[in-house]
Ligand binder design. Structure first.
Ligand code: HEC
Ligand code: HEC
Length: 260
């Protein structure tokens, strides 16, 4: 091969690489880059658009249970005054729309996109107000402070590692691992089911942001050591080592004995 064709070969290979990188970057910004939310400050016109679209979504997806005017009914409670945060919590975690007959609405695959959640939230917020997510990043708090506050305010129900736990009467505090920062922050403002509500008097905005940062860190920090075993500490870890370790020694011994 001549040097010229080898050089052009290399250039075209760089070209393909560059193209691939651009494509990945473009896809990333299109799908994963943080989107601004309607609960943040926005020009009045796009806000009223969101309210209108949220109303349409509400009428098709939620009004059978919550009433055509949010007044509630046999299928569900009134949503007047529950606030945008309640909607973010319930819909972004897939709890709403509810399937009938459950003790506690479980987390499900969300049915609405983040943009649609914000439209629903804007509509319900426009009817009676209520708590909304603060503008800006929800995770720019202090990690160490968040850890401290989590252990005093949340760990009794959700476990120190965020693995969740059983409560009374078939209810449970769920594991926190799947919750997005928005759902974590909104959970504290909303206080769903038997979870207490942490208003700004109980935990300031800075404190709630610190907890949100800590919970995101806790649940997304990866599991150093492979499977987390529910993060219950050394006892199950010891048990696994014992079962797997001793077990394989026994099998090995039997195998050697068999061969002899
Ligand atoms: C099949 C009936 C049903 C449908 C459909 C439904 N909900 Fe609900 N919703 C309920 C019930 C029942 C509750 C209360 C029990 C609970 O929180 O688990 C509730 C609770 C809520 C709450 C919390 C209210 C509070 O006071 O704490 C919000 C917010 C909410 N729903 C929003 C929605 C939205 C938005 C939709 C549409 C995307 C929707 N729901 C669809 C039945 C329903
Ligand atoms: C008294 C027990 C209790 C305490 C204390 C408590 N929670 Fe909860 N938490 C619950 C229950 C019960 C639910 C489930 C609510 C539901 O399913 O509607 C929940 C749900 C959540 C979720 C939703 C998880 C998911 O599936 O997306 C988050 C996030 C959360 N809590 C965070 C916190 C944080 C942060 C604190 C401390 C500031 C806290 N909780 C304190 C009982 C508790």
């Amino acid at each position: 091969m001549s040097t010229i064709s080898r050089a052009s070969d290399r250039i075209s290979r760089y070209g393909v690489l560059l193209l691939a990188l651009t494509l990945v970057g473009g896809l990333y910004t299109a799908f994963y880059a943080p989107k601004s939310s309607a609960t943040e400050q926005q020009p009045a016109s796009s806000q009223s658009m969101a309210v209108k679209e949220g109303r349409d979504l509400f009428l098709t997806g939620c009004s059978t249970c919550h009433g055509l005017n949010l007044q509630g009914g046999a299928g569900g409670p009134t949503l007047i005054g529950v606030g945008a945060s309640a909607v973010v919590f319930q819909v972004e975690s897939g709890r709403m729309p509810l399937n009938a007959g459950e003790v506690q609405a479980p987390r499900k695959q969300p049915k609405y996109s983040v943009a649609e959640v914000d439209q629903l939230a804007a509509y319900i917020q426009s009817r009676g107000g209520g708590p909304t997510l603060p503008p800006g990043s929800l995770t720019d708090g202090d990690l160490a402070m968040g850890g401290e506050l989590f252990r005093t305010n949340c760990a009794s129900c959700h476990n120190a590692g965020g693995a969740g736990g059983a409560l009374t009467y078939g209810k449970y505090a769920p594991k926190l691992q799947p919750a997005s920062p928005r759902v974590i922050y909104a959970a504290m403002q909303h206080g769903p089911e038997s979870m207490p509500r942490f208003g700004d008097n109980q935990l300031s905005v800075a404190e709630k942001k610190s907890i949100t940062r800590y919970v995101s860190y806790l649940t997304k920090a990866g599991q150093p050591g492979g499977n987390d075993l529910g993060r219950f500490g050394p006892v199950p870890e010891g048990l696994v080592v014992w079962l797997v370790g001793i077990g394989s020694l026994v099998v090995l011994t039997l195998w050697i004995g068999n061969r002899a």
